[in-house]
Design a protein around this ligand. Structure first.
Ligand code: HEC
Ligand code: HEC
Length: 503
């Protein structure tokens, strides 16, 4: 019954009625246009078990296996980073950095530094993982490059960067996602000659990389027992595939990062406005009304799962899209730097510099914000929305703080004869210019600006404060610190990352 709350449908239940009364009450202090949002019932339904994979309750053995894998550096080529290093449950399931350092880094959160040489920094902000186990996720990543295949051509059921190498039998986009970080040289795999997983990745042979990781797990007796417990089709070590690991990782994330107990949820479930502070109530009214945030941040997760270009500044080295070679000409170091977002997936001009609308659940604790972590404050990223083009031009890229990369290597030679040479001090200075290049270039910044689709809107300082208060009401108190998820040890015998007591 509660799930029908605020659907335009009769008979309406008592709680629904309270909600409607609340809305009328709010409406009495606002103009007709502000009221419009409510009349169209733009408030989402509350979340319930059926909205999540496994109806929110994956089998315990699968969850436990997934938990150990998530924090076990054994899944990284050089055994030096886990999923949890970048998606730290003590840091809002992110890493608290605008752009993180992948394998080769040392330490967690803002303390992270390079220890071993790395070829560069991670080009995008680590997404938070709150509610990624919701069934409504049909695409993954800021650009949705992994998504449910509508054409029926893909044997795996997903359009994805590995094409037909992605194995069939992956039950969800979330499970399919887990196959990618481990085959990213920067994130988890490492560089050629460092380890056999990295070698397979460098040879563009992802299936071999997945097989090598599965073999690693199969060589650890405790994991074999856990896989047998979790899967009917695993009788012996040889039966373990990376797909099994991916399923377990998805089961873990579904349950661990479900987060639907915020004041906003309590309001949705009861219709009782007193669940929200007065400021948050005003903010809610703006969000679903005059400020029209709901036109993109819609539904129970406050995202339409679509892609929009909103003139977000790019910080960092980008994804190497685009066609601009000025950085290369000036520094002698290779590089095209733009991050063209969704365009590189669809090659549709309308998608240039578009990124997936992020869910706003727990958004207060998932900063820095934006696809490359450009904004350090929540208010800052909200203000960006009010006048995206001026905000982009005014954005001072020198304000951005990124962890220093003190040892940078770059490949020399080709194919299997590749080796890596460290950059000299002068080259590192040129290399660091990469991080600010796009924003500082009138031409490149102008391209981002020209694609903006978000109309400006005028809001008072008070309005903005109210919206920020509403965003605060999306925080589930239990999400503030989920360090309780960290295992004391993992079956590989390596130190789990992040360490349960290392903060
Ligand atoms: C080096 C840091 C790093 C590591 C390690 C890492 N991730 Fe991520 N994760 C990211 C970044 C950055 C993104 C966004 C990438 C993009 O959009 O191109 C991301 C995106 C995701 C997403 C997509 C969320 C969404 O809303 O679309 C999921 C799920 C995820 N990671 C899970 C994992 C799992 C599981 C592992 C371990 C197998 C892992 N990550 C390891 C940094 C990392
Ligand atoms: C046209 C669609 C659209 C509208 C309208 C919109 N947003 Fe966004 N919002 C986005 C997209 C897309 C992003 C991510 C852009 C990027 O990173 O490049 C975003 C990012 C955000 C973020 C940062 C989230 C994060 O995890 O980094 C916040 C906070 C936010 N929006 C709040 C709002 C508020 C408040 C409003 C209303 C004033 C609003 N948005 C209106 C599309 C929209």
């Amino acid at each position: 019954m509660l799930s029908n709350y605020l659907k335009p449908r009769w008979p309406i239940c008592i709680t629904g009625l309270t909600g409607v009364l609340f809305i009328l009450l709010l409406g009495s202090v606002s103009s007709q246009s502000q009221l419009g949002g409510y009349r169209e019932n733009r408030l989402p339904k509350p979340l319930e078990d059926a909205d999540y994979l496994y109806d929110g309750a994956p089998p315990k053995a699968l969850y436990e296996l997934g938990r150990l894998l998530f924090f076990d550096p054994v899944l990284s080529g050089n055994r030096n980073i886990s999923c949890g290093t970048c998606h730290d449950p003590g840091l809002g399931t992110g890493d608290a950095l605008a752009l993180g350092i992948g394998e080769g880094g040392h330490g967690v959160g803002t303390q992270r530094v390079t220890r071993d040489p790395v070829p560069g920094r991670i080009p995008r902000n680590a997404q938070s993982l709150w509610n990624v186990g919701a069934r409504q996720y049909r695409s993954m990543f800021h650009d949705g490059r992994l998504e449910v295949d509508a054409s029926g051509l893909e044997t795996s059921g997903f359009t994805n960067p590995a094409g037909s190498d992605l194995p069939p039998g992956l039950p969800s986009t979330l499970a399919a996602q887990a196959l990618f970080p481990v085959t990213s040289g920067l994130e988890m795999a490492g560089q050629r000659h460092e380890n056999p997983v990295a070698d397979a990745v460098a040879d563009d042979n992802r299936p071999l990389a997945w097989a090598r990781l599965a073999a690693r797990l199969a060589a650890i007796p405790e994991y074999v027992d856990l896989f047998r417990l979790a899967f009917d089709d695993v009788a012996a070590a040889d039966d373990i595939t990376f797909t099994h690991a991916a399923k377990a990782l998805a089961a873990f994330q579904t349950q661990a990062f479900r987060s639907d107990q915020s004041p906003f949820d309590r309001f949705l479930r009861t219709g009782d406005a007193s669940m929200l502070s007065r400021d948050a109530q005003q903010g809610l009214k703006l969000f679903f009304g005059k400020a029209n945030c709901v036109s993109c941040h819609s539904g129970p997760l406050l995202t339409d799962h679509r892609f929009h270009a909103i003139g977000m500044p790019q910080t960092g080295p980008g994804k190497g899209h685009g066609a601009d070679f000025t950085y290369w000409r000036e520094t002698g170091l290779p590089g095209r730097l733009e991050d063209e977002g969704r365009y590189r997936v669809t090659f549709d001009q309308a998608d240039l510099f578009a990124f997936r609308t992020p869910s706003l659940r727990n958004v207060e604790i998932t900063g820095p914000w934006g696809h490359s972590g450009a904004f350090k404050t929540l208010e800052g990223v909200v203000r960006h929305h009010l006048d995206p083009e001026s905000s982009l031009d005014a954005f001072d890229s020198d304000r951005i703080s990124l962890p220093r990369l003190d040892q940078v290597i770059r490949p020399a030679g080709r194919g299997s004869v590749t080796h890596f040479v460290p950059l000299t001090a002068a080259q590192i200075r040129a290399f660091e210019k990469k991080d600010r290049w796009v924003q500082k270039s009138d031409g490149l910044r102008g391209r981002i600006r020209s694609r903006n689709t978000l109309a400006s809107i005028s809001l008072s300082r008070e309005d903005i404060a109210h919206i920020v208060a509403f965003l605060g009401s999306l925080t589930d108190p239990s999400a503030l610190d989920r360090s309780d998820l960290l295992p004391a040890g993992v079956p590989s015998g390596l130190a789990p990352q992040p360490a349960p007591s290392g903060r």
